[in-house]
Design a protein around this ligand. Structure first.
Ligand code: SAM
Length: 243
């Protein structure tokens, strides 16, 4: 049965590619990628020479149709993104759904993802964690989203552009108060920097505006237990001696 392989690629260090990923990219008929120039660099490094088709946020609807037609003709496709795992804050989700809907195979070839790499070295609780990805850009909307996590114990994983790190850290401090934060910058690359600090200190640090960042924020140490009802919460509150 024709197959869409969703292939993870490195997040910086070209060597973070699995043997299987190389094998699959050499076997498929077409490779869908976000930016053909970025992907050519990786594919040349591994001596992979296959037809590339661009597939990004601005052409994905039309290209999705092309992809289904390619599968219909009995060929296999691989989907890669500029970095890491396709679908994780990268195009791919709708294509995956469409391929499943058309009853072709979807096979995930796992590998690097900045979120997982970042949380592992963060020094913060690994389970449970919540992956937010990119927050809205506007401060008000950012706060609204963050407030929904205020009383939750999960570690929070956020992707952020270097130019907005400073502002986002300020908003995090406004919403959460002082908590631990780890800023993971340029993971797997030459200038990888992991800063394990607190939000209070982080708002005073000059963050390098070059490079890519993942922000990992500690969860609440006084989480609301969602398994009990609001009435029970109130009862518990009174029992604890509050008026
Ligand atoms: N699909 C990717 C993944 O699996 O992680 C994410 C793509 S998203 C468009 C790009 C964001 O991922 C960046 O803004 C940054 O937050 C994060 N990122 C990607 N590579 C990174 C790296 N080497 N170090 C730190 N963050 C990285």
């Amino acid at each position: 049965k024709p197959t869409l392989y969703v292939v993870s690629t490195p997040i910086g260090n070209l060597k973070d590619m699995s043997y299987r990923a190389v094998e699959i990219l050499n076997e498929v008929d077409v490779i869908l990628c976000e930016d053909t120039r970025t992907s050519s660099k990786l594919l040349n490094y591994y001596d992979i020479h296959k037809p590339l088709m661009s597939f990004h946020d601005f052409n994905k609807e039309a290209k999705q149709k092309n992809a289904i037609d390619i599968l219909k003709s009995g060929k296999d496709i691989a989907l890669i993104s500029d970095a890491g795992t396709p679908g994780i804050n990268d195009p791919g989700y709708e294509l995956i759904l469409d391929v499943i809907e058309h009853d072709y195979y979807v096979v995930s070839i796992p590998g690097a993802s900045a979120a997982i790499a970042a949380i592992i070295s963060s020094g913060l609780l690994i389970q449970p964690f919540t992956f937010i990805g990119f927050l809205p850009r506007k401060k008000g909307e950012q706060k609204t989203v963050l407030e929904t996590y205020l009383n939750r114990k999960e570690t929070i994983v956020i992707y952020e552009s270097p130019l907005r790190v400073k502002k986002t850290v300020e908003t995090l401090y406004e919403v959460f108060g002082d908590r631990k934060i780890t800023l993971a910058r340029e993971l797997t690359k030459m200038f990888e920097t992991i800063t394990r600090t607190t939000l209070k200190k982080a708002i005073t640090i000059e963050h390098d505006i070059r490079g890519e960042y993942v922000l990992i924020v500690e969860g609440s140490d006084d989480p609301v237990d969602l398994s009990i009802s609001i009435v029970d919460h109130v009862k518990q509150y009174i029992e604890e001696g509050h008026e």
